[in-house]
Design a protein around this ligand. Structure first.
Ligand code: EPU
Length: 340
C-alpha cells in the first residue's frame, strides 16, 4: 500500500474550536495496519507528529509544522459478557456521543451521564472525561494501544491508567508513546446504577416529568448541556477551557471568609475542589467578547470562537484570565485544553 500524505492541510473543520490552521502534512488512518505503516514511513520518522481524534480538546495557536495523523478507527463489538454486564469494545475513532447512544439504545448502562460530550472515544481515557457525577474510569475496563517505538499493541487495564480528575498516564508518564486504538467499557445489562445525584439531573427529570432510566437520564443530560454549553456547530469551543482547581482547606476557608457563597466540593486527600467557572465569572469575564473571541455567556469556563478567531488570540485571552484570577483569588488555574 502506498501512503498518501496531503500537504498544507486546512484543519479548521477537524476541531470543535473551528479555528483556521494548517498542518504541513496530514494523513487519515482507518485500520491498525495503516497506522503501523504510517509510523514506519519516512515522513513520520522525520517530522514532528500528533494524533487528532474528534478535535474537541485542542487549540492550535499556530500552524503545525509536522504530520497530523487523523484517527478514523471505527467499530463497535461485544467482547465479553457476565450475569449483569457486557464488555463492549469501541474503535478509538468512534464519535463519543454515538457510542453513548449505542449503549443507551441497547439498554447498556454506565455512560448515559456522559451524553453529548464532544470528541472521540480515544480521547475519553486520555483525560478521563467526566460530567454529572460520572467519570470514564467508573466504567472503563481496558484499552488497546499501539506502542510507537515497537509497533506492538499493548493492553492497559483500569488500574494501570492512573486515572485522576481529567488525568491519566497517557497525558503524563506515557505521553506521545502510545496511540490508543480501542477502548473496552464494562456496561451494565441489568441492576443499572443510575446516577442522578448531580442536582440538575433530578430537577430536569422532574421538569420533563420523566422517571429515571438510561434513556431519560441521557435525555436530561442532553437538555442540560444544550442549555448551558455552546454547540460547537454554532459557536466554536472546546468545552471547559480550564480545570476546576483543587485547593487546601486553609485556602478554601480564607476564600469562604471573603465569599460565603463560593461553590465547593470535597476532593481526594481532604482537599476542596472549587468551580473555575465561578471564579472567572466573579472576576468579571463571563460574556466578555473581543472581536471574534470571548468567554461564553452562560458558562464562564468555556472560551469561544464566534467565527474567525485566531488560536493565539484565544490563548492570550486565557492567559489574561489566568493572571486576573490569580491576582484576585490567589489561585493559579490550569488549562484543560491541549495547546499546540
Ligand atoms: N458557575 C458559575 N459561573 C459560571 C459557571 C459555573 O458561577 O460561569 C458555578 C455554578 O453555578 C456551579 C459551579 O460553578 O455552582 C459548577 O458549575 P457546573 O455545574 O456548570 O460545572 P463546572 O464545574 O463548571 C464541570 C466540568 C464540565 C461538566 C460539568 C457537569 C470541569 C473542568 N468541567 O463544569 O465538563 O460538563 O462539570 O458535570 O471539570 C468539560 O470538561 O469540557 C466539561 C464541559
Amino acid at each position: 500500500m502506498s501512503l498518501s500524505f496531503e500537504k498544507n492541510k486546512e484543519l479548521r473543520h477537524f476541531t470543535t474550536f473551528g479555528i483556521s490552521t494548517k498542518s504541513s502534512l496530514y494523513i487519515p488512518f482507518s485500520s491498525i495496519e495503516e497506522l503501523s505503516e504510517i509510523i514506519q514511513s519516512n515522513e513520520y520518522l522525520t517530522s514532528k507528529s500528533m494524533v487528532l481524534g474528534g478535535g474537541s480538546n485542542v487549540l492550535f495557536t499556530k500552524d503545525f509544522e509536522g504530520v497530523v495523523l487523523h484517527n478514523q478507527l471505527k467499530g463497535i463489538s461485544e467482547v465479553g459478557r457476565g450475569d449483569d454486564y457486557v464488555l463492549i469494545e469501541f474503535g478509538s475513532g468512534e464519535v463519543w456521543h454515538d457510542s453513548v447512544l449505542y449503549a443507551v439504545e441497547n439498554g447498556y448502562g454506565g455512560i448515559e451521564n456522559l451524553s453529548l460530550i464532544p470528541g472521540s472515544v480515544g480521547a475519553a481515557p486520555m483525560q478521563n472525561i467526566g460530567a454529572y457525577g460520572v467519570e470514564l474510569k467508573d466504567v472503563f475496563h481496558s484499552l488497546n494501544a499501539l506502542e510507537i517505538s515497537t509497533g506492538e499493541i499493548k493492553t492497559f487495564y483500569n488500574e494501570e491508567c492512573n486515572f485522576g480528575y481529567r488525568e491519566s498516564v497517557f497525558k503524563r508518564e506515557l505521553k506521545n508513546q502510545f496511540i490508543i486504538v480501542s477502548v473496552v467499557l464494562r456496561l451494565t445489562t441489568q441492576n443499572h446504577n443510575l446516577n442522578t445525584s448531580y442536582g440538575a439531573i433530578n430537577a430536569k427529570l422532574l421538569e420533563l416529568g420523566l422517571e429515571p432510566s438510561l434513556s431519560n437520564i441521557s435525555r436530561a443530560v442532553i437538555d442540560i448541556r444544550r442549555s448551558k454549553l455552546p454547540d460547537p456547530n454554532d459557536i466554536g469551543n472546546s468545552g471547559s477551557f480550564f480545570k476546576n482547581p483543587v485547593v487546601e482547606v486553609k485556602k478554601f476557608e480564607e476564600l469562604q471568609g471573603r465569599f460565603p457563597e463560593i461553590p465547593n466540593y470535597p476532593a481526594p486527600s481532604r482537599k476542596i475542589k472549587l468551580a473555575a467557572g465561578w471564579l472567572i465569572e466573579k472576576a468579571g469575564w463571563k460574556g466578555k467578547r473581543f472581536e471574534d473571541y470571548g468567554v461564553h455567556n452562560n458558562q464562564a469556563l468555556v472560551l469561544v470562537n464566534y467565527g474567525n478567531a485566531k488560536g493565539a488570540q484565544v490563548y492570550s485571552l486565557s492567559q489574561d484570565i489566568l493572571e486576573d484570577v490569580e491576582s484576585k483569588f490567589g489561585i493559579i488555574l490550569e488549562r484543560e485544553v491541549n495547546i499546540i
